[in-house]
Design a protein around this ligand. Structure first.
Ligand code: 3HC
Length: 316
């Protein structure tokens, strides 16, 4: 079958909602953009552990500490699912990790902001995981099989992440004036970075049109962003917090909330590595990688020793 026929059959498979599996023929560009998006998704999970890790020893109660530890552990697992799913496309774990450390690969801009108070941990769970859920629920229907299956597993845990964050803020908002002010301050600082998580507007998105044709993306950046705003405004009302956007208002005609202009200059400054915590985050990941070298060496030595111990299973 020539390339043209292969391309045609591939798109027919996509259009028929048949999942693309690792051994299926796929256009190089499909493979390339999946490696890009999936590895960056995995990096986001792993780097996303750092802002919250900062508060494990400062959690206000043993219960909150246990919940936060469980969430951070989940994020590590999400990263591993996604790295494994990306490896099915023919890239090694080490290549992905080196791309992160060198700055060649991105991770979600939202994780480059500092966590200044305990309320930030609530805001991250409620807003960042809330935004991630919007995005990841849509990705459960993505055309690449291993990515879709990873998303189905991950989404089962995300609602706990979002709920525990909302519960932290709800507790603070029922507390003293100082505690409520802490919750509002965190909301003010995390609202816009969470909105930016969905990426540029559709008209400025580099990958959206092709990713949509290939059903990698099932909803556009702006559609997901709008879903997130509409859902979160009502939750903020339950908390009694003020949305830090004077232009936010219900549009009866659109049946959606209109909101103010996003500061894209801030977004691209952070994406390009000049956010408040970018250098600190990559340094932490590089140190963890360096400190873990002995573990990787030990595991490789064990695998080499014990592989010889088992007779080859091949029938040749
Ligand atoms: N942070 C950093 N870079 C971003 C970004 C963000 N929030 N949004 C977009 N970009 C980058 C894109 O990666 C792309 O750059 P690249 O070509 O070097 O990869 C460029 O900006 C143009 O954006 P596009 O809209 O063209 O890119 P995509 O089509 O890939 O859409 C996306 C961006 C919606 C983030 C998409 O990549 C996606 O859905 N990714 C999977 C979900 C994900 O990664 N979420 C991150 C958070 S995970 C998380 O929060 C874990 C939770 O448990 C805490």
């Amino acid at each position: 079958m020539d390339e043209k026929a292969l391309q045609l059959r591939f798109q027919e498979q996509i259009d028929a909602e048949i999942k693309i599996e690792p051994k299926d023929w796929m256009p190089d560009a499909y493979r390339k953009t999946l490696i890009r998006q999936m590895s960056q998704h995995a990096h986001s999970e792993i780097v996303g552990m750092l802002p919250e890790g900062n508060w494990v020893t400062r959690a206000p109660t043993l219960k909150r500490k246990a919940i936060l530890l469980a969430k951070i552990q989940d994020e590590a697992g999400h990263g591993l699912y996604l790295y494994s799913a990306t490896e099915t496309l023919g890239i090694s774990r080490d290549e992905m990790i080196q791309a992160l450390h060198s700055g060649k690969a991105k991770y979600s801009s939202v994780f480059n902001y500092p966590t200044l108070s305990w309320a930030d941990i609530g805001a991250i769970g409620w807003l960042v995981d809330g935004a991630a859920i919007m995005n990841q629920v849509a990705l459960m229907r993505t055309s690449y099989g291993p990515y879709s299956r990873a998303m189905i597993r991950i989404c089962k845990e995300e609602s706990f992440h979002q709920r525990q964050g909302f519960d932290i803020l709800y507790t603070l908002c029922q507390g003293s004036e100082e505690q409520k002010a802490m919750a509002q301050d965190a909301f003010n600082r995390w609202w816009w970075p969470s909105i930016m998580m969905f990426g540029p507007h559709d008209a400025e998105s580099t990958h959206s049109s092709q990713s949509t044709k290939w059903k990698i993306k099932r909803k556009s950046n702006d559609e997901l962003r709008q879903d997130f705003v509409d859902a979160t405004v009502q939750q903020a009302e339950v908390l009694g917090l003020t949305i830090p956007d004077p232009d936010l208002k219900w549009n009866e005609e659109r049946k959606h909330y209109d909101f103010g202009a996003i500061n894209w200059e801030e977004f691209w400054t952070v994406v390009k590595g000049n956010g408040p915590c970018n250098r600190e985050r990559i340094a932490a990941r590089q140190k963890a990688y360096d400190d873990g070298e002995w573990v990787r060496d030990a595991a490789a030595a064990y695998a080499k020793k014990h592989t010889h111990a088992y007779p080859s299973t091949s029938t040749s």
